[in-house]
Write a new protein. Structure first.
Length: 292
């Protein structure tokens, strides 16, 4: 059972799960074939299923939405309320699922140009995004449940046809791309196939539970400037024009701009220890796949 399954990551995950022989039912606003609505889930409870995944959440970096109190509330409630709905349905199910996976974000860790974070590092209470992730993950807890819980903290998701790259491609194709702000800030990234792969790995590994960092193994050495140069190289274009910090703040608002102008060095320590093999561990390979 998959919440947020029609989005960018959800579509990739649905495709991967079905290719591996799993049946997938989406929870969405509209019902239909292989779908149920959030309202049905709230009223009728959890349908019989082996596992539940929640990817639902309003796109934080939607450039068409102003960063105001209304949008902040939507960002918060679209994640927390859907997660609470799932957690309640799992807790009340007569036959609870075997696994419950939630995808959150590396915004849990405090931005720093030097600190390196593993799944055991603390965080979660210093700005809007860290508090969002803390509340989101807390909403997923089901005390005493036999269902094993996994939380995947995702970096910036790179893939074809959506996510961060879709907003960057045109300026870079026109030779107008470049680093944001100083370009020195860490850039924690993951290829969409690897994020879908980690969720699938978490579902299929019967003993796996707890936190997994959803970032590429080399992302702790990637800065925003490196990313800009590699993307430009993959497109055969220069990356000469830095985007000044004031312009990023003007478009996104100061709080949201911090996601782009600051970053965290995150290491997928437990993810690698759990046996997951990354398809795209290096940035150049990931970008070649995406823009080819």
């Amino acid at each position: 059972l998959l919440g947020g399954g029609s989005g960018f990551v959800g579509s990739a995950l649905t495709q991967l799960l079905r290719s591996r022989g799993h049946g997938v039912t989406l929870v969405s606003r509209q019902g239909g074939q292989d779908r149920i609505t959030w309202e049905e889930l709230s009223h009728s409870g959890l349908p019989l299923c082996d596992a539940v995944v929640n990817l639902a959440g309003e796109n934080v970096l939607n450039p068409f939405r102003r960063w105001d109190d209304t949008f902040c509330r939507e960002v918060f409630s679209s994640r927390i309320e859907t997660t609470k709905t799932f957690a309640k349905a799992i807790a009340e199910a007569q036959q609870p699922p075997r696994a419950w996976v939630l995808v959150t974000g590396v915004g849990y860790y405090r931005p720093s140009p030097t600190a390196e974070y593993t799944e055991d590092s603390s965080g979660g209470d210093f700005d809007f995004f860290s508090r969002l992730v803390s509340s989101w993950e807390a909403a997923a807890l089901i005390p005493g449940s036999p269902t094993r819980g996994v939380i995947v903290r995702s970096g910036v998701v790179l893939g074809r046809g959506g996510g961060a790259i879709s907003q960057m491609l045109w300026p870079f194709r026109l030779g107008l791309g470049g680093p944001m702000g100083s370009g020195l800030q860490p850039f924690p990234w993951i290829h969409i196939q690897d994020l879908a792969g980690i969720v699938c790995h978490a579902l299929e590994s019967e003993s796996l539970q707890g936190i997994l960092n959803g970032v590429s193994p080399s992302s702790n050495a990637t800065s925003n400037g490196t990313f800009a140069r590699e993307l430009a190289a993959a497109l055969g274009r220069p990356a000469l024009l830095p985007v000044p910090a004031w312009a990023v703040r003007a478009v996104f608002g100061a709080e949201r701009a911090s996601m782009l102008l600051e970053g965290q060095k995150v290491v997928p320590k437990r993810t690698l220890e759990s046996g997951y093999k990354f398809l795209f561990p290096e940035l150049s390979g990931a970008l070649k796949d995406i823009v080819a």
